[in-house]
Design a protein around this ligand. Structure first.
Ligand code: AHR
Length: 497
């Protein structure tokens, strides 16, 4: 297959907000206990944080981590997770049918964030609780001192405010499975009042309104419009969540899901701008895609009800999942003019790129690598590549481009990166890239993941699905010719020669 791509500085979509490379830690399964926190582990530091996990989180270069949920947050009393650990109550978590021991809470997470070189995106409970608990948490975390809640933080040993800048107003409040689920109008009011008082305490914070729990939600569209009509003036972002699966074992349709994802993002932008127009507002609401991933391998596995941190949602990812994760992140970057935050859900053990054994080792799942490449090399501005490329039809979609691509240009270090997935099952793609005004640029690294069985997985003993280097693609004048294997993830890095 032959294909063409043209990139130019002028084809700038927008600056990439680094928070698009965010992730998520929920009090769910072994994400916290046995994941980031395991005091008895051989690599645990003085705070009980697993250093082997922190090392991998740093490799992913994740600038922001959403916490503490997820469905969990809709029943969470944040006060249970602060102060002397021996006094903290054990609570039933109705979201996941487990027991939360509260050994780890807000302050521990903030400490962990510092060690992992990341920032916290804090979610407040607007399910079983309201504006009162939310504003108290902002006061506890962000107020310097001299008030009851901020003095309590100081008494708990944290003199300096945590200074958390980004706050989620609940989680998936449209979903019947959510504790305290609401109609769009009920939620709009609750979110508005919470956001208002939270910002009165700390005007420097930004808030995220819950959008629909997925594009398939029956109220999708209407939910965004109705809740935004009420809360528009106080909030900064609206959230999107989407998980994909390959239950039907149809890889061509699975890899084509990004067409649907693209539509989804576009619809939410339209909903935001529709409300903006109706209100004659000067303010633009941007998007926080704060849960996205592949999720299905582990669904409906039995576990011990009400146990503490049982293995839940422990998907082991395969090579085709990595190709979709790379394609999804490319799709998000194509909308970086409006998507400012995104969280790969989740970070450790629970539908995650990092997988641990409690008391044992850790490994990188297949999806770790495309995320790592984009997060490390896909900084600066996103450039829309003009593509000429053959398309395929499959069971669920027609006209699916075989290549999914994005280019980025980092003016700070002068680097250009091209990321491309070849979705063809059996054809090499020979891609001619016209470098236009990137005169004098030459490739210096070509990394790919290819040649694996589509169902190949990694394990503690063998991280077999991993990237490898290739011979540099040929440059002839301004045309770079890259040969990409069937079913492959490709990264080409260029700089001025
Ligand atoms: O990430 C797992 C769960 O998926 C989250 O708790 C919830 O928000 C979503 O439904």
């Amino acid at each position: 297959m032959n294909a063409k791509m043209t990139i130019a500085k002028e084809f700038r979509i927008g600056d990439i907000d680094k928070r698009i490379y965010g992730s998520f830690i929920e009090h769910l399964g072994r994400a916290v206990y046995g994941g980031i926190y395991e005091p008895d582990h051989a690599t645990a530091d003085e705070d009980g944080f697993r250093k082997d996990v922190i090392e991998l989180v740093k490799k992913l270069n994740v600038p922001v981590v959403r916490y503490p949920g997820g469905n969990f947050v809709s029943g969470y009393n944040w006060e249970d997770g602060v102060g002397p650990v021996e006094k903290r109550p054990k609570r039933l978590d109705l979201a996941w049918g487990t027991t939360e021991p509260n050994y780890f809470g807000t302050n521990e997470f903030m400490k962990w964030c510092k060690k992992a070189d990341t920032e916290c995106m804090m979610a407040v409970n607007l399910g079983t609780r309201d504006a009162e608990a939310a504003r108290n948490l902002v006061e506890y975390c962000n107020h310097k001192g001299g008030s009851a809640w901020s003095d309590l933080r100081i008494a708990h040993g944290y003199k300096e405010p945590h200074g958390i800048k980004l706050w989620c107003l609940g989680n998936e409040m449209d979903g019947a499975w959510q504790m305290g689920a609401k109609t769009a109008k009920e939620y709009g009011r609750t979110a508005l009042e919470a956001s208002k008082v939270m910002k009165w305490i700390d005007p420097s914070i930004e808030t995220v309104l819950c959008g629909s729990s997925s594009r398939n939600s029956s109220t999708f569209g209407q939910w965004e419009v109705e809740s935004l009509e009420i809360a528009y003036d106080s909030v900064d972002y609206v959230s999107l969540h989407q998980y994909y699966d390959n239950k039907s074992d149809d890889i061509q349709s699975f890899l084509a899901r990004t067409l649907e994802l693209d539509e989804f993002i576009y619809s939410v932008i339209c909903a935001c701008d529709y409300v903006k127009a109706k209100k004659r507002s000067k303010k633009t609401i941007n998007l926080s895609f704060d849960e996205w991933n592949v999720w299905y391998h582990s669904k409906n596995r039995p576990f011990d009800k009400w146990s503490i941190s049982p293995p839940l949602l422990e998907d082991i990812y395969n090579f085709e999942d990595a190709l979709l994760v790379g394609s999804m992140l490319i799709t998000l970057l194509r909308h970086c003019d409006r998507i400012k935050i995104a969280c790969l859900a989740q970070l450790v053990n629970v539908i995650a790129p990092i997988f641990t054994k409690t008391g044992g080792g850790v490994f990188e799942q297949t999806i770790f690598f495309p995320f790592m490449h984009l997060s490390n090399y896909g900084r600066g501005a996103a450039l829309l590549p003009l593509m000429e490329c053959p398309k395929y039809d499959c069971k669920e979609f027609t006209d699916v481009p075989y290549l999914e691509a994005i280019a980025t240009f980092d003016e700070e270090n002068g680097e250009v990166s091209i990321f491309c997935v070849n979705k063809s099952l059996d054809e090499n793609a020979v891609l001619d890239v016209n470098l236009m005004d990137f005169e004098g640029y030459a490739p210096y690294e070509f990394i790919s993941m290819d040649g694996f069985d589509k169902k190949a997985e990694n394990s503690f003993d063998n991280v077999v699905v991993r990237p490898h280097g290739n011979a540099l693609p040929k440059l002839d004048g301004s045309i770079l010719t890259v040969s990409m294997k069937p079913l492959s993830w490709n990264v080409i890095r260029l700089k001025k020669a």
